[in-house]
Design a binder for this molecule. Structure first.
Ligand SMILES: NC(=O)c1ccc[n+]([C@@H]2O[C@H](COP(=O)([O-])OP(=O)(O)OC[C@H]3O[C@@H](n4cnc5c(N)ncnc54)[C@H](OP(=O)(O)O)[C@@H]3O)[C@@H](O)[C@H]2O)c1
Length: 275
């Protein structure tokens, strides 16, 4: 198969006027991503921050605007697991309206699919029975990602901007099973394969499955307090107690370096510890 690379392959992603959407931007890794991106993106760029907590998003917006007023910031408090294509289309169109810009005002579009949940990590796969909870997990971690990505791509594609970059925040759990984490591992594996597929279907856009490493966030608090498998739970407790979790900043800096170089193989799964 002939690979038609993005014409901007190798060019620093942050050099372009960018429309950037980040899900799960209210705290943890997503907040750290927007903090760093805001400092680096070209003037005239815009960032759309999505999560459920309006008050946390507002705090993030105020902090970003205090750091760099030339980056336009819009927030949308929404439960992604409940959204459909109309919701996501509305979020994107309203954001453009709120910041007073049109698609043509940007050279590049970046979407970071970062929001996620762990699902039930207390039980073995054979013990998980509640179809309502299973659906809720996949609605957030898979369905909303496909649907939001679809609406984003309808507006921002290689006919409307020079470069499109899609970042899926993934995990080692996408490629390795962990006992009692069957929902989380399968959700992450599914997302990786979705974006690997997208990468070969759309070879002229840039797709990255980025595994950020074990992060010191609220998700890790859940991992060490709720994991059903004793050995795994102890491993996460030890990582925390011995200071072996990564500060989000350390991981985001490596992601930023990848985006500045912009030479990764599109669709690949790259782990913090790979580079
Ligand atoms: N922490 C780790 O060790 C680790 C390791 C590898 C990969 N990752 C991945 O890194 C990403 C970020 O994780 P994190 O550690 O920063 O997690 P976190 O601290 O739990 O943050 C999750 C973010 O997602 C948002 N979110 C959760 N449910 C949502 C929903 N239904 N609708 C909209 N937004 C929702 C949260 O905001 P609201 O609560 O305001 O909605 C929050 O901003 C995830 O994809 C995770 O799988 C994490």
């Amino acid at each position: 198969m002939e690979l038609i690379e993005s014409p901007l392959f190798g060019r620093n992603v942050f050099d372009m006027r960018t429309f950037c959407v980040v899900t799960g931007a209210s705290k943890g890794y997503g907040k750290c991503i927007v903090d760093h991106f805001c400092k680096l993106l070209a003037a005239g760029s815009a960032m759309v921050l999505i999560a459920r907590s309006e008050s946390l998003l507002l705090d993030v917006k105020n902090q970003l605007e205090a750091v760099r007023s030339e980056i336009l910031v819009d927030i949308k408090a929404t439960d992604l697991s409940k959204g459909d294509e109309d919701t996501f289309k509305g979020i994107l169109l309203n954001s453009l309206k709120n910041i007073g810009k049109a698609v043509e005002d940007f050279d590049q579009a970046v979407i970071v699919h970062n929001a996620a949940s762990m699902g039930d990590i207390t039980k073995k796969m054979t013990e998980i029975g509640s179809s309502g909870n299973i659906r809720k997990y996949f609605d957030l971690n898979v369905t909303s990602v496909i649907s939001l990505n679809h609406e984003f791509f309808k507006l921002f594609n290689r006919k409307t901007v020079k470069q499109v970059v899609v970042i899926n925040v993934t995990s080692i759990c996408a490629i390795q099973p962990f006992k009692t984490w069957s929902l989380y591992c399968s959700g992450k594996a599914c997302r990786d394969m979705l974006f690997r597929t997208m990468a070969i279907e759309e070879p002229d856009i840039r797709v990255l499955n980025w595994a950020p490493g074990p992060l010191d966030t609220d998700m890790q608090v859940l991992a060490r307090s709720q994991t059903g498998d004793t050995d795994l739970k102890v491993m996460f407790e030890d990582m925390h107690n011995t200071g072996n979790l990564l500060p989000c900043e350390v991981s985001v800096k490596k992601l930023v370096e990848l985006l500045q170089e912009n030479t990764w193989d599109t669709g690949s799964h790259i782990d913090f510890y790979d580079i």
